[in-house]
Design a protein around this ligand. Structure first.
Ligand code: ZN
Length: 294
């Protein structure tokens, strides 16, 4: 998307947030307005709704993910996409998102109990994406999503708000397993057709290129719904509802990602981050415990 389009979208979002009665919406509008303006232009709002901070965040996550896979090959990794569940209430969707890391960890723990030898190495870095589908769009969805949707979420009919869906995209270190085995295991947690997609990486490209693309894809925030062959932009009220919900979280980018370490990693969980204050060109997130057993 072109920069001026992003600026237009941001202006419309700020205006919509200010029409809202939610104090978090007003606070978010103020943050977005201050980004690139306050502190002599150096202030960064660190909001996923902000194209400037999103771009910086994606670059930081790409660097971290590429460092994470250092020394690995495409065959050591897989790309996982999971459609978890949905809700017509955006705040309840927030609770679903908050529970995703635990559900994933429980699944991997269960596999490790059953087969510690083969599952101990498996590790994951994932980013959560929210999709939205309006009641009038449901008949136009692709057939697999159309049949999945009513099984995982209440359907938004006769109401202005959509059905919100929590999805995540992740890079899996398969640790001697393969993408099919990882997919089979995840389907024990998310058993419906179309809920789990785990595939090998593109062998014709470098591992760094593949990983950077997954990070970019998983954090795209296009705020569109794909219906048939076209992508319809979310109404601005949906964007305001979504970004206000995540603005309630202490660190919205952190809320939208998680990691699971190999069981050899003494810290085990890789989603612990520390902040080191502001930097001009980097998001202030430093992974302190990302270790892959080699
Ligand atoms: Zn910003």
């Amino acid at each position: 998307m072109h920069r001026h389009t992003e600026r237009d979208r941001l202006s419309r979002l700020k205006a919509e947030l200010l029409r809202n009665t939610d104090p978090a919406a007003h606070a978010l509008a103020a943050e977005l307005a201050a980004c690139g303006v306050d502190w002599g232009g150096r202030y960064r709002c660190r909001c996923p709704a902000c194209w400037r901070c999103r771009r910086t965040y994606i670059q930081q996550q790409q660097r971290a993910a590429v460092a994470w896979v250092d020394g690995l090959n495409n065959a050591d990794l897989a790309f996982a996409s999971i459609v978890a569940s949905g809700d017509t209430d955006i705040n309840r969707l927030g609770e679903t998102i908050a529970g995703l890391p635990r559900h994933n960890r429980n699944r991997i723990d269960a596999e490790r109990r059953a087969d510690p030898e083969r599952w101990s190495n498996v590790a994951l870095r994932a980013w959560i994406e929210v999709d939205a589908v309006g009641g009038d769009q449901i008949p136009l969805l692709g057939s697999s999503r159309r049949s999945l949707l009513p099984q995982i979420a209440p359907i938004a009919l006769d109401q202005p708000e959509p059905t919100w869906l929590a999805t995540y995209h992740g890079i899996v270190y398969v640790g001697g397993l393969n993408a099919t085995e990882i997919g089979d295991a995840f389907r024990r947690q998310w058993p419906l057709a179309g809920q789990v997609d785990v595939r090998p990486l593109d062998q014709s490209r470098t591992v760094e290129h593949n990983v950077a693309d997954i990070v970019s894809y998983a954090n795209k925030h296009t705020c569109t719904t794909t219906v048939g062959t076209i992508r319809e932009p979310w109404p601005i009220s949906w964007q305001a509802a979504y970004y206000s919900m995540i603005a309630h979280r202490r660190n919205a980018f952190e809320f939208l990602r998680f990691g699971i370490g190999s069981s050899y990693d003494s810290t085990y969980i890789v989603d612990e981050v520390c902040t080191n204050g502001y930097e001009d060109d980097a998001m202030p997130f430093v992974y302190s415990s990302i270790i892959l057993p080699m």
